[in-house]
Design a protein around this ligand. Structure first.
Ligand code: NCD
Length: 305
């Protein structure tokens, strides 16, 4: 039985094959419409979500399966003090696969040790978010035609943004990627990510001004300042508007740069940017459903990649 807790749980070949399968599903969804008939996906969301939970549920429904679950800790027995392990052990009796989001780093890993069915980490605190990364990789590969030889700028809350940590890890498997890490000093990437960049000998720069570097980028990955991970509201208020991508900044970017964002957006991309053909964050949402279909098929052993 396999789980997906972090991007490195998949080899680069497996990742490529998953992306290929997602592409095949995109081309011919009808072919996959009954692959999960009779199967059930449980979504256990101890933290808020729109895209991740609903795209998992839509993915399973598109495959002919059904879904059950909860969308907040307060409506589950976690509110009565039940441990994650006990919850997962219980839900393993009702579902064939579980997608789980939890505010604590490592929660999905703990769950996987007790689960009788595959666990997919749909975000564990400020740590990792591997299915957003699969979404990001499919988006980049589809829109740029490659996952190699790219300069990628990651901008915003690089300290608490789990999508950033997972995406960097996954890209360390690729060739000739240059990272430009754009954040306020207080929200720089955690040390373990910086160490991984150094150990793997990837070129990276840490800067605090977006305008200075936007012209170099092939991809700009914007992120929200993660209010829920801050220790106090004052710091959040001071840092939340550190970056606002607007038309004036887009004028400084390459004509073929693409802008991605895992969403939700708060203030960091002005709505005026949405009409720019380089704004690809809503396309990215659609890729997320197909890649989750591919992952469910793979982890259930219905379709090997
Ligand atoms: C992200 C998350 O939950 O980490 N959203 C998502 O899953 N698409 C990003 C965020 O909340 O800022």
């Amino acid at each position: 039985m396999r789980h997906l807790i972090e991007p490195m749980d998949l080899s680069s070949q497996e990742t490529d094959e998953l992306l290929d399968l997602a592409g095949a599903i995109m081309e011919d969804p009808a072919k996959y419409a009954h692959k999960c008939d009779g199967k059930k996906l449980a979504t256990l969301f101890f933290e808020p979500s729109t895209r991740t939970r609903l795209s998992f549920e839509a993915a399973m429904l598109e495959l002919g399966g059904s879904v059950l679950g909860f969308s907040s800790a307060s409506s589950s027995s976690a509110a009565k003090g039940e441990s994650v392990s006990d919850t997962v052990r219980t839900v393993s009796c009702y579902a064939d696969i579980i997608a789980m989001r939890h505010p604590k780093e490592g929660a999905a890993k703990v769950a996987s040790l007790k689960s009788g069915v595959p666990i997919i980490n749909a975000g564990d605190g400020g740590h990792q978010h591997p299915t957003q990364t699969l979404t990001d990789l499919l988006t980049i590969r589809s829109l740029k035609g490659t996952l190699d030889n790219l300069t990628i700028g990651l901008c915003g809350d690089l300290m608490f943004g789990r999508t950033v940590h997972s995406l960097i890890r996954a890209l360390l498997r690729r060739t000739n990627i240059r990272f430009v890490l754009i954040s306020p000093n207080e929200l720089r990437v955690p040390d373990y990510i910086r160490e991984e960049l150094k150990t793997n000998r990837f070129e990276f720069a840490e800067v605090d001004r977006l305008e200075k570097v936007i012209g170099e980028l092939d991809i700009l990955y914007m992120t929200r300042v993660q209010r829920e991970r801050f220790f106090n509201e004052e710091d959040y208020v001071r840092l939340r508007d550190s970056y606002i991508l607007d038309k004036a900044k887009m004028d400084l970017a390459k004509p073929d740069m693409i802008v991605l964002h895992p969403l939700p957006r708060v203030n960091e991309i002005a709505v005026e940017v949405d009409d720019d053909p380089r704004a690809c964050y809503f396309k990215q949402v659609l890729y997320g459903k197909f890649v989750r279909e591919a992952l469910i098929l793979n982890l259930l052993g219905v379709e090997s990649c």
